[in-house]
Design a protein around this ligand. Structure first.
Ligand code: AOF
Ligand code: ZN
Length: 349
């Protein structure tokens, strides 16, 4: 491993400390290095807060600040050159006289996308781009997908039995996986902006869709209820966290119950319409937790980026078949008595 790669890995470690709190901004980490010694570190801790580069520069102790103009700045993502919630990091780098910047991958946000690098280079900064680029792109995948596709990054999650059943036959609630898998799911929820389910799943399973078995905030709960037929006494309407009810009858806010109704046409092109609306609401990651028909519609439309599929250890006496994932398995984990496989679409990098 090269020296640049080593410090880039440190940037990645710092970046993920912001997991679940930066959306729709990316997780970003930065370190300042003087002669093989880290003199400052920082990460983007929360949406709207200062950027990783700013935090890295600010963290340098007074006694070492004179070394900044002789140091290398490592950043997991291209430094921004636009004024959003905060000022451009390219200005900071130039003001501080930092002579060399090492970047893993581009920030594809409008107005950045290579311009941050170009500004630094034309001011005489030596820029190295592409260090651990694959890993850096992975770290920034939610943001870069969100800004280029104008849609949230979609993660499907469901469980199947050893013989491929999705649920028992009849309107029974099913439980396929063990408690450790549930904790992993809640971790996924803690890093996701919103969870989507269909009306049948809401009615049969009555899920809470919160994050009670992990740290961090609970996501927005979204349910598709075309004709507003769901009963009021479901957990979804308990006010524990906000719920968005996508339907074909009304758009309205019920602030007291933390429920918002959103009218969308359920006809042809529904999923892209829904994802476009979520993009407008700055939802950059969406976890889809069922049922089978909803999962299938994401597969059929090719509108998914990752699928986490658990396999439990017991079959139902009779059950309905799970959707067939059209992707490839890229990782397998053993979680307690369950197996978890991560799939990606065949065409993705
Ligand atoms: C960086 N370092 O740590 C982060 C960046 O609205 P703002 O001010 O937070 O800026 C949004 C832009 O900054 C946008 O391009 C986003 O991808 C990027 N995030 N950039 O240089 C950071 N979090
Ligand atoms: Zn910035």
């Amino acid at each position: 491993m090269t020296r640049d790669e080593r410090y880039m890995l440190r940037c990645f470690d710092l970046a993920v400390l912001g997991a679940g709190r930066t959306s729709p901004n990316p997780m970003v980490g930065a370190v300042l290095v003087y002669e093989d010694r880290i003199i400052g570190e920082g990460f983007h801790a929360r949406y709207g807060a200062s950027h990783a580069e700013v935090n890295a520069v600010t963290s340098v102790p007074a006694s070492l600040r004179h070394l900044i103009p002789k140091s290398t700045l490592y950043v997991s993502l291209e430094p921004c050159c636009i004024t959003g919630k905060t000022g451009p990091c390219t200005n900071l780098i130039l003001e501080q006289g930092i002579p060399r910047v090492v970047v893993s991958c581009l920030d594809l946000s409008p107005g950045v996308a290579g311009r941050g690098i170009a500004i630094l280079q034309s001011a005489g900064v030596e820029v190295t781009l592409g260090v651990l680029e694959k890993e850096g792109k992975h770290l920034s995948r939610f943001r870069n997908h969100f800004v280029t596709r104008q849609a949230p990054y979609v993660i499907l999650k469901y469980a199947v039995t050893p013989s491929g059943q999705f649920a028992p036959t009849g309107n029974l609630q099913s439980w396929i996986t063990g408690p450790l898998s549930r904790r992993f799911t809640h971790r996924l929820r803690s890093e996701t902006d919103a969870i989507l389910i269909g009306a049948r799943t809401a009615a049969i399973d009555n899920p809470q869709l919160d994050n009670r078995y992990y740290f961090g905030a609970s996501p927005l709960r979204i349910v598709l209820d075309r004709h507003l037929a769901l009963p009021d006494n479901l957990h979804l309407f308990d006010g524990a966290s906000p719920t968005l009810v996508v339907n074909e009858l009304k758009s309205e806010k019920d602030t007291a119950r933390k429920v918002e109704y959103l009218h969308i046409d359920f006809g042809e092109g529904f999923l892209p319409r829904l994802l476009g609306e979520l993009h407008r609401r700055k939802i950059s990651t969406l976890l889809v937790e069922g049922g089978a028909r909803l999962i299938r519609s994401f597969y059929d439309a090719g509108l998914w980026q990752e699928a986490y599929i658990y396999t439990g250890s017991v079959d139902f006496p009779a059950g309905i078949a799970a959707p067939q994932c059209p992707g490839e398995c890229v990782e397998t984990f053993v979680i307690g008595g369950d197996t978890l496989r991560l799939y990606r679409p065949l065409s993705s990098e």
